[in-house]
Design a protein around this ligand. Structure first.
Ligand code: PMP
Length: 413
């Protein structure tokens, strides 16, 4: 864990700019991360040299494009320690991956009397698709509650045994909350779900590009994440699914590339992953994602996780000294993933974000696609600072300095 994180910013062309007359301090990484030069170059190189459609061509460019696309799949399998590249389906992102599972697996497996279990801290992407499919199939949706007035206890684990009944057919939960900075005990949750025969879906949008994630060690059934939240391009995401489950699931969308045989009357399907990749896939961005995984692993994900935890811990300590602040999730000094969400009495998050932007500090304010959670916590919105590998303690200090100015302006003491 010895990587030098002090100047990784130079690998990221977009960070080489001033906003508000100051060097950009980018603290909106939970929304999307910036891309290193190696990722931008990999995408450009594909379009400059290899661009072609995949799988159906026998000419040189098509074979190179196919090789690049399938190499990205194999690299993704290795990145999360999947046993077989066929367990990796490329999608547009986490949202599309969850919708695919809900529509395909859910339609085939859910019926009235069945329960889908979720948690109160899920992003809308891992909540709305379950509302839709349970409404359509007559199944019931239940939630594991959060613990504490500021969700400082994470999930209320004492409620899980009562909720995980044999009626639960699927348990979907996030690895790291995108608002609270809480890391859920995913090994334990998978084991508990397995004990009642429930299929597990892990939303790894905030974890896959930040720490080591091993699907075999987790023994999960599905795991989903987005390329753009891990130094990769937008428009490419991953659905990991156990081979046996994927091969038993019906296709989600129909079209070219996913069929074994088509007659006018009916068709048959290829096995996974092609079955779930109808139409021309996003070849360029899969290749960009491959470069992003290489970039992250050259740094080392354990070191990266430690770096982010330290920054978020430092931010939490310093922010807790500000007047009138309410911090969500773990208390100062407790372990927290690489983000801090907070609210000030009497100052709206949108004002905080707008004022911070004038100091070149990029934050996010709003409900962070966690509306029910915000309502439960009694907050209309929060401000979120989220960190990545190119952030430094100086960025935390720039954040705190800017926030102090804002509080002065609004007369908060
Ligand atoms: N889940 C979590 C925990 C997230 O943070 C996000 C993105 N904010 C998503 C799902 C959705 O990801 P995407 O928009 O890339 O599909």
């Amino acid at each position: 864990m010895t990587h030098d994180f002090s100047n990784l910013r130079i690998d990221f062309p977009v960070l080489d700019q001033h906003v508000g007359g100051r060097p950009l301090v980018y603290l909106d990484n939970a929304a999307t991360t910036q891309k290193p030069r190696s990722v931008i170059d990999a995408v450009a190189r594909f379009y400059e040299r290899d661009n072609s459609n995949v799988h159906r061509g026998l000419h040189a460019l098509s074979m190179r494009a196919t090789d690049g696309y399938e190499a990205a799949r194999a690299r993704t399998a290795q990145f999360i320690n999947a046993a077989d590249p066929a367990e990796i389906v490329f999608t547009r992102g986490t949202t599309e991956s969850v919708n695919l599972i809900a529509q395909s697996w859910g339609t085939a497996n859910l019926k009235p009397g069945d329960v889908v279990l979720c948690t109160e801290m899920e992003h809308h992407s891992n909540l709305v698709p379950w509302q839709q499919i349970t409404a359509r199939t007559g199944a019931t949706l239940r939630y594991v509650p959060i613990a504490g007035a500021d969700a400082e206890g994470g999930l209320d684990l004492s409620a899980i045994d009562e909720l995980l009944t044999p009626e639960v057919k699927l348990f979907a939960f996030t690895h790291i909350s995108n608002t609270l900075g809480v890391t859920n005990p995913v090994h334990e949750l998978c084991a508990k779900a397995r004990a009642v025969g429930a299929v597990t879906v892990i939303d790894a949008a905030q974890s896959a590009g930040h720490e080591l994630v091993d699907v075999q060690a987790l023994d999960c059934d599905f795991l989903v994440f987005s390329g753009h939240k891990m130094a990769g391009p937008t428009g490419i995401g991953v659905l990991y699914g156990r081979r046996a489950l994927l091969d038993a699931m019906p296709p989600w969308q129909g079209g070219g590339g996913m069929i074994a045989n088509v007659e006018y009357a009916a068709s048959t399907w290829k096995p996974s992953p092609e079955r779930f990749e109808a139409g021309t896939p996003n070849v360029a961005d899969a290749i960009g994602l491959h470069a992003a995984m290489d970039y992250l692993d050259a740094i080392g994900r354990p070191a990266l996780a430690q770096h982010e935890c330290e920054l978020a811990g430092y931010a939490c300590e310093e922010l807790s000294k500000l007047p009138g602040i309410r911090i969500l999730g773990p208390r100062p000094g407790q372990p927290r993933a690489g983000m801090v969400s907070f609210a000030f009495e009497g100052v709206h998050a949108h004002d905080v974000v707008t004022f911070a932007d004038q100091d070149g500090v990029a934050l996010r304010g709003g409900h962070h696609c966690n509306q029910p959670l915000m309502r439960k916590l009694g907050l209309p919105s929060t401000t979120r600072a989220s960190f990545y590998l190119y952030n430094t303690p100086a960025d935390v200090e720039a954040l705190v300095t800017s926030l102090r100015k804002i509080l002065d302006f609004f007369g908060v003491e």
